[in-house]
Structure formats: C-alpha cells, structure tokens
Design a protein around this ligand. Structure first.
Ligand code: NDP
Length: 295
C-alpha cells in the first residue's frame, strides 16, 4: 500500500487528506501544528512536525495558497526526497511557476503533477472534487489511485502547468459571472424587482451561471456570505489568468477588468472575506441591497 503525505490542511486540504487517510497510510504536515494533530485524531493520519519527514512518502500532496508557498516547501523537502517520488500540487497555482518546480524535482529524479481541484469545501468534504491534472500521462496514471479518494472526476489536461492553466481560466469565468450577476441584479432591484424572483427566471433562462444558481441564492440573498473560499485567493486566480492571456497576446479586456476589480475589492474590503462578498461592493456603488423583498 502506498504511503502518502499531505502538506497544507486548510479549508480544502484538511478534508482531502481525511479521505486519503481512510485508504492509505497518510502523513500530514501543517504550518499551524495543532491542525495536523487534530487531523490525526479525527482521521487516523500521522502528524509530522518536521517538513522533511513528508519525504518518507511515495506521493506528496500540497494544497497551499499560491505557488510561492509550494516552491518554498519543495525547496525544504528536496534534500530528503527519494528518486521516484511524485509531488502532486493541488494548489490553484501558476503554470510558469509549476514548470520551474517540476524541473527542480526532475533534477533529483522526482516527478511533478499540478492537480488543482474544483468543487469548493462541499466537494472536498464529500470527496467529489473535479481534478484537472497537468504532467506526463504515465505519472498521472501512476497517481490516479491516490487522487481518486477525494475526486469525483479526474481529467488529464496536458503537460505540467496545464492543470493550473485550466483552473485559472475556470476561476476567471467565476469572477466575471459573479461581478456581472451582481451588476445585473443590482439593476433589477433598482427597477423594483424582487431579486429572488429575478433569479428564479434567470436560472431557467440563458443568463444562468453557477453564481446565479448557487452563490446568489445560498450566500447573497441569505446575507450569510460564509467564508469558504477567500476573496484574496480568487483575486490571485484572476491575476494568473490575465498573465497567461498577456503572455499569449490574447486581447482580454473582460478578464483584465475583472482582475482589477478583485484587486480593488481586496484593498477595500480585505482579502479574508468570502469571494462572494465582492457583491457587497457592487451594492454599495449602486446604493441597493440584493435581498429578497420579504427578507
Ligand atoms: P486556506 O487558506 O484555508 O488554507 C491554506 C493552507 O496553507 C493552510 O494549511 C495554511 O496553514 C497553509 N499555509 C499558508 N501559508 C503557508 C506558508 N507560508 N507555509 C506553509 N503553509 C502555509 O486555503 P484553501 O484551502 O481555501 O485553498 C488552498 C488552495 O486551494 C488555494 O490555492 C485555493 O485557491 C485553492 N482552492 C480553494 C477552494 C476553496 O473553496 N476554498 C476551492 C478550490 C481550490 P495554516 O493552517 O498554518 O494557516
């Protein structure tokens, strides 16, 4: 049975490593050690205090905020790695950065897959995440048994960096959908229309999106805005998508604008709130609240 290690027990990593621990011997490391100890208690994983102890595993997972933190931990673990180890990075990272990390690992005989996930905290809790994998097909196939425990669907999308590229564009589409739905619904509220009714219409019409189907009913109309995916992390994904477009000379004014708006939102309301809190900014500019009429 393979031994796996998981670095980064945040909103996503904690439950993902939990699913792994049900099937494999699982070492866990977290910057805040108490979370690793709680994980060991809850799932029977083994908390390690030294980062290099994760090198005992055949497959090492990371799920950290950005590729910057991933590179830092790779550099720390690197001297202890055994050739043949596969590093699977589930962070929503930067493709260029990942290519550099993959090269560093290749130099010591190890493989790298970027394997960012989609499905949020709910998908991670349920073990039903969509996983988009970049790297060699052979390494991807080798890693499938250790990816499956937290996955609903797994796609091999290309070479190293391809998973991160697809993830960044997916999240850019989310950012644009969220902002455009906020502007549209603020406009309808100004027209005296109940946003709950407007959403019922939109959600059986062509303007619907995950934001109108899930975010607005569950997070905005309820005024709960539960923090499961931070605004700072979505702003980071938007920045990555814009950088890719620019590098490829793709004119992308919508992407550019959405990325700028998320940067501005981060400055104005802080990065630690849920990404859907960006709607409150649109509301403040419009002077309306997107709440049900009877709410
Ligand atoms: P969280 O902020 O909940 O967790 C971040 C994790 O990274 C924590 O374990 C934190 O440790 C650790 N960490 C932060 N900085 C460092 C550092 N410098 N060195 C070592 N460890 C560090 O993030 P999420 O779980 O929400 O997101 C993780 C990744 O997954 C991100 O790239 C995000 O974009 C992506 N993602 C998130 C989704 C979501 O819905 N939340 C959905 C899909 C992808 P500590 O506990 O000590 O703070």
């Amino acid at each position: 049975m393979a031994r796996v290690a998981f670095i980064g027990l945040g909103t996503m990593g904690y439950p993902m490593a939990g699913h792994l621990a049900r099937q494999f011997e699982t070492l866990v490391w977290n910057r805040t050690t108490s979370k690793a100890q709680a994980h060991a208690q809850q799932f029977g994983s083994r908390a390690v205090t030294e980062l290099q102890d994760t090198a005992q595993a055949e497959f090492i997972f990371t799920c950290l905020p950005t590729s910057v933190e991933v590179e830092a931990v790779v550099e720390q673990v690197l001297p202890a790695l055994k050739p043949g180890t596969v590093w699977i990075d589930c962070t929503s990272g930067d493709p260029n950065h990942s290519r550099r990390i993959a090269q560093r690992l290749r130099d010591v005989g190890c493989d790298f897959l970027d394997a960012p996930v989609s499905g949020g905290k709910a998908g991670a809790d349920a073990g039903k995440l969509t996983v988009m994998v970049g790297g060699s097909r052979q390494t991807c196939e080798r890693a499938l048994p250790v990816i499956h425990p937290f996955a609903g669907k797994v796609f091999h999308v290309g070479d190293v960096g391809a998973g991160h590229a697809v993830k960044a564009v997916n999240n850019m589409l989310l950012a644009i959908a969220l902002l455009s739905a906020a502007e549209g619904l603020a406009t309808l509220v100004k027209q005296g229309i109940d946003p709950a009714v407007a959403l019922e219409v939109i959600n059986v019409s062509s303007g619907r999106s995950f934001s109108t189907e899930v975010h607005f009913p569950e997070r905005v109309l309820t005024r709960e805005f539960p923090n499961t995916f931070s605004l700072a992390l979505l702003a980071k994904d938007a920045r990555i998508a814009v950088a890719m477009a620019r590098e490829a000379y793709v004119p992308a004014p919508l992407m550019q604008l959405a990325a700028e708006m998320f940067e501005m939102a981060k400055q104005q309301i802080g990065g630690d709130v849920d990404h859907t809190a960006v709607v409150k900014l649109v509301e403040s500019w419009a002077g309306v609240k997107i709440a049900p009429k009877d709410g």
